[in-house]
Design a protein around this ligand. Structure first.
Ligand code: HEC
Ligand code: HEC
Length: 330
């Protein structure tokens, strides 16, 4: 009898989450990150927060993907080196490991490939990979850490981007109220939020926003039914392929934590979630929603805010006499 009880209990503990997930829902719960190399995650965390990967010594990945603010900067477009105006809205790094590719136009296939971009982008961190690596090489604690984790005597950009990507893989946000509802907790969301979810499905938002990240898994035209008006010159995927058919195709953003990642769309033109729901319904689906329905969908979207990554702020090893000096101006 005792054995049987233990058996049932263990079945409940291991099998329950998936057994109870309604398999016909277009959205699946986010699972906690599977960390296989915690030492890489720790090193990558330091690098993510280290402003010395930028020319100014002032801008880190966290400047534009602030983990205290949903992994974004909450600006219309980002501020880069020397206060340069960025060209496009900064997407969240939260759950970015679930994206089919990185950037609005998908021009980086992986997080590792992506991480090499901003360091040397003159409008972002404005450094060179060589100088970034020289900076790290000058600091004994970093040399030691890379040696331990990657078994290398000389740090290269390859290990730097690998560690950052491993850290980003850990930035998932499970256990949102909506996920708890998906896993069978009827009381995790309110009736209004549930009505919002039903509308979200019924009117067809889930055609593009689906899967565990509620997006991130396809490129779609912005302004399918009605054109999107913007001053932002971004062309989307067409900027890469030159094909007319790809004009204004962007990666469908994740709607996880969308309550935190304002302003919205690639040009950051909309600050109110209600307004972006209205824009989507009209432009993508040809639907004019009532204010009440917009509010319901917005209420549902706010149930997608998950547990934010939480950790001790990394303390970075100090620079020394050999470390290249930052150049914050010019
Ligand atoms: C100056 C601001 C800025 C800095 C610094 C910056 N980023 Fe970004 N990041 C952006 C912007 C803007 C985009 C979108 C660019 C695009 O799609 O063309 C972006 C895109 C991304 C994406 C893709 C997300 C997605 O959904 O497509 C990831 C991942 C990312 N950055 C990680 C990093 C990492 C890692 C660093 C540090 C090495 C970094 N960023 C530094 C502004 C910044
Ligand atoms: C045909 C595909 C498609 C459909 C249908 C669709 N979306 Fe989107 N959604 C997108 C794309 C593409 C973007 C990014 C557009 C851009 O930034 O220019 C987006 C962006 C968004 C954003 C802004 C997210 C951010 O971080 O900037 C929200 C919110 C959103 N959609 C909600 C909805 C809702 C609610 C519905 C249903 C009323 C819906 N979407 C229907 C493709 C779609």
């Amino acid at each position: 009898m005792k054995k049987l009880l233990i058996l049932t209990a263990s079945l409940l503990c291991t099998g329950n989450a998936w057994a109870m997930t309604p398999s016909n829902e277009p959205i699946q719960p986010i699972l906690p990150a599977k960390i296989t190399a915690p030492e890489k995650v720790e090193l990558g965390k330091k690098l993510f927060f280290d402003p010395r990967l930028s020319r100014s010594g002032f801008i880190s990945c966290n400047s534009c993907h602030n983990l205290s603010m949903g992994g974004s900067d909450n600006l219309q477009t980002s501020i880069g080196h020397n206060w340069q105006q960025g060209p496009i809205n900064s997407p969240t790094v939260l759950n970015s490991s679930m994206n089919l590719a990185q950037f609005w136009d998908g021009r980086a296939a992986t997080l590792k490939e992506q991480a090499a971009g901003p360091i040397s982008n003159p409008g972002e961190m404005a450094f060179t990979h060589n100088l970034a690596v020289d900076t790290l090489r000058s600091i004994p604690q970093y040399r030691e850490a890379f040696k331990q984790v990657y078994k290398v005597d000389k740090i290269t950009i390859d290990e730097v981007t690998d560690a950052i990507a491993e850290f980003e893989n850990s930035l998932v946000t499970p256990n949102s109220r909506f996920d708890r509802w998906l896993l069978g907790d009827q009381d995790a969301i309110t009736q209004t939020e549930l009505q919002g979810y039903k509308l979200f499905k019924d009117i067809g938002c889930t055609a593009c926003h689906n899967g565990p990240a509620v997006g991130g898994n396809s490129f779609q035209k912005m302004g399918l039914v009605e054109a999107y008006k913007t001053d932002n010159p971004a062309e989307g995927v067409a900027g890469l392929t030159g094909k007319d058919a790809d004009r204004f195709k962007f990666k469908v953003p994740t709607l996880r934590n969308v309550e935190l990642t304002y302003p919205y769309f690639h040009d950051g033109a909309y600050w109110k979630l209600e307004e972006s729901v209205d824009v989507m319904a009209r432009l993508q689906l040809g639907r004019q929603l009532s204010g009440e329905d917009i509010d319901k969908i917005t209420a549902f979207l706010k149930t997608l805010t998950g547990e934010q990554p939480s950790f001790t702020l990394p303390i970075l090893p100090p620079s020394n006499n050999d470390t290249p000096r930052p150049k914050p101006f010019g």
